[in-house]
Design a protein around this ligand. Structure first.
Ligand code: GTP
Ligand code: ZN
Length: 342
């Protein structure tokens, strides 16, 4: 059993958290979803990990995503473990919210500073991360390509109050140890950021001390060894989920997540005359007063307005009634499968 627990830890399971399988059930983790099938790294017999492609069962309690813990019984997935955190965005094709990845502890918001820092992207991404339940970490890349990174570190800090900011370079290696120190055994990290910001370079640089997860793959024709380029088992102990699908910046988040990112505006809003003040020409608005007094950058209030507008659009686009009904259905199925499974 101890060896199995070590194996699970190497997939990002935090020791000390409750075990999610019992009896003949076997544990695994979803590394990637290919249409109707899921790739699962799991432990069929003992502590030796294998990767298997399973067809998705229609009656699973949740539609699995990368990062999900999953229970295999009788050679097929029978249950997705309730998620601790989930990263989501509006589904580009359907009127719904799409969960992109599950059970991520830290989301690195990766942005370059070689040509100035895009604060708007930083704010949008932090809202998305706060909403997921994971801890955000701002990673500024390409520090070697700018003479004076200091002011941009300060700007990043001011744009996301309370979120740690790490200055890095894949070229000279600065900041990498600090990232590694946050990626210890039993943690799962992923990276968010637009194309070209340096995510792949960062991963390769971190991987100087790491190796991709390597297991035996069974594909019906026998067994052969392979590597999974989606779920990296880092030398430092943690797991890095590399999810090319998560590179869009569409936003869906709760009001609470916006407040976490805009704590400065939330604090000022306490002093607005009206509780439902829109900070947009309203009488007695303390936020606009702070902008006028030069205490709050105007850009910051513009971002806040833009993000709120976008969220209002997204929530109109998706159908809340249909979503609520779907959630009820999931709950019902989870309960039923728990009763049947134990
Ligand atoms: N000077 C400098 N250039 C870097 C650094 N990291 C990445 N680059 C360059 O930036 C470009 C994009 O880097 P990638 O790592 O491919 O970026 P990415 O975020 O993975 O891009 P996508 O795969 O498109 O999402 C490449 O030309 C890299 O050589 C760095 O630390 N310093
Ligand atoms: Zn106001």
């Amino acid at each position: 059993m101890n060896q199995l627990l070590d194996g699970l830890t190497s997939l990002g399971w935090a020791s000390g958290t409750p075990l999610f399988f019992s009896g003949a059930e076997r544990p695994g983790r979803v590394s990637v979803v290919h249409g109707p099938s899921i790739e699962v790294i799991w432990f069929p017999y003992d502590a030796e990990a294998e990767t298997t492609l399973f067809e998705l069962r229609r009656d699973l309690n949740l539609r699995p995503v990368a990062g999900d813990w999953i229970v295999i019984d009788g050679g097929e997935p029978v249950r997705v473990v309730p998620r601790r955190t989930s990263l989501s965005r509006p589904d580009p094709n359907e009127r719904d919210i799409q969960v992109l990845a599950a059970n991520i502890d830290t989301v690195m918001i990766v942005l370059p500073i070689d040509r100035g820092l895009n604060l708007k992207n930083l704010e949008r991404l932090s809202v998305m991360v706060w909403d997921s339940g994971a801890d955000p970490l701002i990673v500024l890349t390409k520090a070697d390509a700018t003479d004076d990174p200091g002011p941009m570190v300060d700007e990043a800090q001011a744009a996301a109050p309370g979120v740690p900011v790490v200055l890095t370079s894949a070229v000279d290696g600065r900041g990498l140890d600090e990232l590694r120190s946050r990626m210890g055994a039993g943690t799962t990290t992923t990276m968010l950021g637009p194309s070209g910001v340096g995510k792949t370079s960062l991963l390769n640089a971190l991987e100087g001390h790491a190796e991709p997860v390597r297991e035996v793959r069974r594909d019906g024709q026998g067994r052969h060894t392979t590597t999974t380029r989606k779920l990296y088992r880092l030398g430092i102990g943690g797991v890095l989920l590399d999810l090319p699908g998560i590179r869009s910046l569409d936003l869906y988040a709760s009001d609470a997540a916006v407040e976490e990112t805009f704590t400065d505006i939330a604090a000022l809003a306490e002093h607005c005359r009206f509780r439902d003040c829109a900070h947009d020409g309203d009488e007695g608005c303390a936020v606009e007063a702070a902008v006028a007094a030069g205490e709050l950058p105007e850009r910051r209030l513009h971002s806040w307005h833009a993000i709120r507008r976008e969220m209002a659009y997204q929530s109109r686009r998706s159908d809340p009634a249909a979503m609520a009904a779907q959630r009820q259905e999931w709950k019902r199925i989870t309960k039923a499968s728990r009763k049947a499974g134990r």
